[in-house]
Every structure is written in structure tokens, then in C-alpha cells.
Design a protein around this ligand. Sequence first.
Ligand code: HEM
Length: 603
Amino acid sequence: MKLGLNTQEKEAVSEKTVDSDIEPGEDIIVQKEMIEQRTPEKEFMPPEIVQPYSTVKKNNNILRKGKKKSTEKTNTLRTLLLYWSLQYKKCVNMECCSVFLLVIAIAILIIFKRSFSYWKKKGVYAPTPSFPFGNAKNAIMQKCCIGIELKDVYNHFKERSLSFGGYYFLTTPIFIPVDLNVIKKILITDFNHFTNRSYFSQKYDPLSQHLFALKGAEWKIMRSKLTPAFTTSKNKMLFETVLMCVKDLIILLDNASEMNEKIEIKNLSSRLAIDVIALCVFGIEADSIKNPNSKIKKNVTEYFHPSPRNAFMLLLALINPKILSFFKIKMTSKNVSDFFMNLMETTVNYRETNNLIRKDFIHLLLQIKNNSKINDDAVGGFQGTDLAPQLTIEEMAAQCLVFFIGGFETVSCTITYCLYELAKNTAIQKKARAEVRKCFVENSENDQLTYALLQKMCYINKVVYETLRLYPPAATLLRECSKDYIIPNTNVRIEKGCSVLVPTLGIHRDPDLYPNPDEFDPERFSPENIKNRHACAWIPFGEGPRNCIAYQFGLMEIKIVLATLLNRYQFTINSETQQPLIPSSKTILLLPSNKVWLNFERL
Ligand code: HEM
């Protein structure tokens, strides 16, 4: 059916159309100019807006498809009336909308203004926040890693001779202690006020229910169940397992040295860390040193190298997890979650069916699950009593995931920075090698590294401690106030629920604690120097009852790699490494953003 064509057609058609019904599927053509000429409100939206049914624009005409049998009189006047009424309604709606948006904007401004006065009302100094990021613009916009950001805040407070100060992450107020005595109170002495971390943990996301995130009594129970898995004797048990992974590393480096090839150590050490954790936790050979694209590496990397959106989620999970819980957002993607759950189910079923005993964490978790006694010297069985299981499969999977979270990038980034600093400071490298070789000569019959031998390498210890001072992978510690707390000798009350961030990197680079703080000097960790420093002046593994549960295991792993490499190779910085190393602004941990190329020469 056509409307408004040429005059003759129009007359012919109008007679026919005025009283006729529109058949389903019949095309209606309305000439655009015709409506525009007759429309007084030309300045309004173009007439195509009149769309009672689906409308298709073709050349200069509007095609409308009749969808149902209509008795509507489709004359031009009605079309114009309809057009006018729609525009009017739209106008009114727009006005309403504008008022509504204005009210919302004013409400948001009031909320932000009130939130940003939180610290002032408490008499606590805070740097001036800006809308909408608070003080965390650089961290949220991923211009700077949160650890570096807080180091600047630490310096800012110290310049003002403050013991602590306030900070805003968006509208969330955060308490930042600077004085080491206040930090000691929070982490150790008054720990019962700061038992939790303000980290995301929700029942609807079972893999988020891990030791790092659990709160209150749930954390306490889980920590006491897992502690027996991290004793010195368990470390001894895992020593050989770590050594097995290092053997693959040696094969690769021997080849590179022979071929005069440079090695990107950041990538290589993360592959090593994955192999170690996979073997020590799940008892599976990830083989990512041999195969950089192994399945387990893919899943772990997916968890740790998220998109900018996911990196922001991780920041929220750390600092403002309530937002994630409110929108019921899961921290673990479905792929990663399915992968870990399947891995756990298959491993547990296989071991229980075949009564398989292995020297790894899953074995210890199976013992805990089945109420079997954890023997301190040997691995022991896991067929326990008839009591109810102490751990569900989901809980076991969550704990294994946190061993990956805790033990992957922390270890690999410490190895990277340590080898980089040794390559840069050749005298220190020489001294470290001399100690390793001396220990081998004096104590080992077959050039084999043993647990006892490792304990004798004191200088290596100092080198690792200094690396962790200069580059603490977790550059910030997290706590949440679990019951109101008054800072001693002040009137300042930290309220229940308030987040606390301890600026580890700021402390570690404080010239009052470490003169020439940017210099790599292992002698800072001589027994005398340690004795003269505050207990909280070195906290790369945290401090107090909620410190890193696996710090001895982490240290052992790093020292095994270091002693092995020092004994076998001399390493230098390849000219392709861009110096100085810049920490990545896209991650929560203090990871180098540059590639770190080293040359390894076989000795
Ligand atoms: C260089 C190596 C490592 C560093 C620097 C490191 C650092 C840390 C830090 C700073 C914390 C928080 C402590 C606090 O808030 O006071 C932590 C907690 C934790 N780490 Fe480590 N870590 C390392 C290796 C490992 C390894 C190898 C594992 C597991 C196999 C692990 C598992 C954990 C767990 C489960 C927690 C949570 C403890 C709890 O909340 O009770 N870490 N780690």
C-alpha cells in the first residue's frame, strides 16, 4: 500500500486506502518529504521516529510492515497526529529524565562528600581525595601498582611526622599505619582486633573460600588444620620434589649456554614455580619448563594475568570486596574453576581407589580430610577413622588453588629479581658462589645438594632476604578491623569493618631503616644488623599469626634454585634488558614489567 506518491497516484490510492484494512505482511510506504512539509515541529526528531510497527528505511521512504490485520485508518493526518504526540511525549520524558539524572548526580556528590570527610571527623590526616577515585586514582586507572602508590603515601605521612594516616579507595576509608610500633600492635600484639583480611570470600564462589580469604573462626580452624602441612619436616619431605623440577631447568640452561642463547628469566622462573607447585601440591608433572604451553600453565596464567577488567576486580577483591558480593560476581572464572575442581576430584578419587601414597600437599590434605594422624617424620597413610570428613573436595580445591596463588608469582618474581641483582652486582655474585662451592667441597660427597647443606649457606640467606627487602612481591599487607580498636596513646578509634593496609614497600625502602635503600646490600642482614632493627622492619612474609603459612617452603625453594645456578653458571645481564626494571602497573604484586634477559655461562 502506498501513501503520498505523485498527485495522481495519491488521489487513486487515497480513495482506496482510507477505508481499507491493512493485510498482514503488506508493505506501507510513506514519503518522508510529505510528512516533513506538513510538520510544524520540524526541529523535532526526523519523522522516521514514527514507528508503530517495525520500520525499514529505504532510499528516502519509510517502509512499515503490517504485522496484524488492522482497522486503523492510515491517512496522512493520523500519521502526523501520531508523530506529534510521540514527540511531545518524548519531550516530557526527556525532561523527567533530566531531572531524575540531576537528582541522582546530586545524591552521588553528597555521598562522596560525606564519605570523604570520614577521616577529618576522626581527626586523622588524609591526603585530599578527588572525585570519584578518592586517593587511588593511579592504582584504579592502572598507572601505578598499589604497592608503589602506598610507598608514596608512607613517605608523605613520614614527612609530616605522622604515626598513621587515612586514605580513600573510591569512597572506602582505609587506615594506613606508618609507625613500626603501631604496625606491631596491629599485626602481632592486638591481633585479635585484626584477625581478618578485607579480601573477597563468598559461599557462592567455593574456590574463594581459601585460607588467605577466610575470616574469623573459619580461618582459625582451617589454619590449624593446614599448619601441620608446613612444618620443617614437611619441607624436608618436599626438598627432593623441588630438586627434581630444578633438574629440568638445568637441562634447559645447559643447552642455552652451549648455544650462546640469552634467557628471559622472568618467564623461565614462572614456569619453574608452576612445575614446583604442581608437583608439590597435586603430585602432577606440569612440564612447563619443557613445554611453555602446558595446560596447567595456561590455567594458572589465566588466573594471574587477567584482562584490565579482571585486574580491577582483583583490586576490588582486595580492598572493597563488598562491591563484588553485592553484584554476586565470582573471582574465579568458570574455566579456571572447572579446571581446578576436575583436577582435585580426579586426583583424590585415583589416590583413594589405589591407596596411592605420595610426598605432596594433596597427600597431607587427604590425611586431614580422613582424620588420619599426620606423622611428622614420614608421609604415612591416609585411610583414617570413620569420623566425618574434615575437608570437603571443594575446600581441598580452594586450598590447593591458594597454594598456587601464594606460591607462584611470589616465588618466581623473587627468583627473577635475585638473579637480576646478582647479575648486576658481580662482586656479590662471586661471594655467593664462593660460599656455595665451599659448602659443596666441605660437606657433600657427590656434588649433590641436600637439605642440610642448604642450611649452611648463610650468605645465600642474606642475598634472598635483601632481595625480598628491595622487592617484596606482596608490597602491601591487608587487614580488616574485626572489633573496634583504639590506637594506643591516642583518641583515634578504628571502627569494626575498616580496612587496614600496611605499606611494606614503604617500610623496606625507608632510608631511616635502611641507609641508601635502593642499593642491593646483603650485609644488611648480618645477625648484628638484624638485631638492631625493629621486628617489623622486614615483613615480606607478613607478620604475626596471619603471616605466610608457607614462608619456610618458599625460602627453601628460592635457595635451592639459587645455590644450584650459582654452582653451575656465571650470569650477566644481556644488553636487551631495559634498565632499571620498572614494576608493572597492571598487577597487584610487585612484578617487573620489562623482560629480564640474562646470559648464562657454564662454569
Ligand atoms: C617468596 C615467597 C612468598 C612470599 C614473599 C609470600 C608472601 C606472603 C604474604 C605477604 C602473605 C600475607 C601475610 C600477612 O598478611 O601477614 C602470605 C600469605 C600466605 N601465603 Fe605466602 N608467600 C610466599 C610463598 C608462599 C608459598 C610457596 C605458598 C604455598 C605453597 C604460600 C601460601 C600462602 C598462604 C596460604 C597465605 C595465607 C595465610 C593465612 O592467611 O593464614 N606463600 N604470603
